[in-house]
Design a protein around this ligand. Structure first.
Ligand code: SAH
Length: 266
C-alpha cells in the first residue's frame, strides 16, 4: 500500500497525527527533498528505506514503489504542504491504479495556510475578498490561457502566488496590468513555519525590489490583496443582530448600527 502524505509547510509538528503515525510505520519513505523538512525522517523506523525524490524521475519513483509492493512493504510518499497543490500526485496515482497497487492520500497543511498563520492574516474578509486565488506565474510549466496572473488580478480577490519567487519582476507587472493598484498591500513569506521564516511586507509596486533586496528567489509565497491591511466589515456570523441556525439575534441591536444586510447571508 502506498500512502501519499502531506508533510505540512515545514515545521516538524505541523504534519497531521495520521501522517506522523504512517511515517512511524513505513517500510519505505520517498520524500520530496527540496522542500520537506528532513527532521520528519526522524520518525521513521530504524530499518526504513529512505529515498529523496529530488533526483528521481516519475519512473524511478514508481519503480521504488513497485519493488516495495513486491516485498509486502508499506510506502509513504511524502509531499510538501498538501499533496493536492502542485504536488504532481495525479500522475503517480494513475500509474498505481493501472498496476493495481492500492493507495490513499493524507492531507497536509499547505504552505498557503502556513503563510496566513505567519502573517496573522485572514484571506477572506467581508466586503474585501470572499475568494482566495491560488496560482503561479508561467515559468517553464505553461499556464493555460485565461488563467494568467493578469486575468486573475482583475478580480481583486486575495491571491496567493506559488512557485514564482524568482519571477517577481514579471509578476509585479502582470498584477498591475491586470488591475491591482500599485499601492495594494502584498507580502513575501519565505519558508513559512520553518525556524528561519521571514516576512517581507510590501506593496504590489515594491514587490520585485523587496525580493531583490532580501535575496529571495525560492521557497516563498507571495500574498496580494487588501485583506493584508485596511478596513473591512465585521462578520455576520458573530454579529449580535444576526440570526442563524445556532443563535437568535439579540432583541435590541440598535446600538450596533445596521450597516450590514442579512438577506443574502442566511
Ligand atoms: N504542495 C505544496 C506546494 C508545492 S509547490 C503546498 O501545499 O504548500 C512548491 C512551492 O510552494 C514553492 O516554490 C513555494 O512557492 C511554496 N512553498 C512551499 N513551502 C513553503 C513555505 N514553507 N513557505 C513559503 N512557500 C512555500
Amino acid at each position: 500500500m502506498i500512502h501519499f502524505v502531506g508533510a505540512g509547510p515545514g515545521a516538524v509538528d505541523l504534519i497531521t497525527v495520521r501522517g506522523k503515525t504512517l511515517l512511524e510505520q513505513a517500510d519505505q519513505i520517498i520524500y520530496a527533498g527540496s522542500l520537506v523538512n528532513p527532521e520528519l525522517l526522524s520518525y521513521a523506523k530504524k530499518d526504513c528505506v529512505i529515498l529523496d525524490s529530488a533526483s528521481m524521475t516519475l519512473e524511478d519513483v514508481i519503480a521504488a514503489m513497485e519493488t516495495a509492493e513486491k516485498l509486502g512493504w508499506m510506502t509513504v510518499r511524502l509531499h510538501t504542504g498538501d499533496p493536492s497543490v502542485y504536488g504532481a500526485i495525479r500522475e503517480q496515482m494513475d500509474i498505481l491504479a493501472e498496476k493495481n497497487i492500492a493507495y490513499d492520500v493524507v492531507p497536509g497543511v499547505s504552505s498557503f495556510c502556513g503563510a496566513a498563520a505567519a502573517l496573522k492574516a485572514e484571506y477572506t474578509l467581508p466586503s474585501i475578498s470572499q475568494s482566495v486565488i491560488i496560482t503561479r506565474m508561467e515559468g517553464r510549466t505553461p499556464v493555460p490561457d485565461g488563467q494568467k496572473i493578469a486575468d486573475y488580478a482583475a478580480h481583486q480577490a486575495t491571491m496567493v502566488i506559488f512557485l514564482s519567487a524568482s519571477l517577481t519582476e514579471g509578476l509585479q507587472k502582470e498584477l498591475m496590468d491586470g488591475g491591482y493598484d500599485s499601492d495594494t498591500p502584498a507580502a513575501i513569506v519565505y519558508k513559512a513555519s520553518w525556524p528561519d521564516e521571514k516576512i517581507y511586507p510590501c506593496t504590489v509596486a515594491t514587490l520585485a525590489e523587496t525580493a531583490r533586496q532580501n535575496g529571495i528567489s525560492k521557497t516563498a509565497l507571495i500574498v496580494v490583496g487588501k485583506v493584508l491591511e485596511g478596513p473591512y466589515d465585521r462578520s455576520l456570523l458573530y454579529h449580535p443582530a444576526f440570526t442563524h441556525a445556532c443563535r437568535k439575534a439579540e432583541p435590541d441591536t440598535q446600538q450596533y448600527g445596521d450597516h450590514f444586510k442579512t438577506d443574502d447571508h442566511r
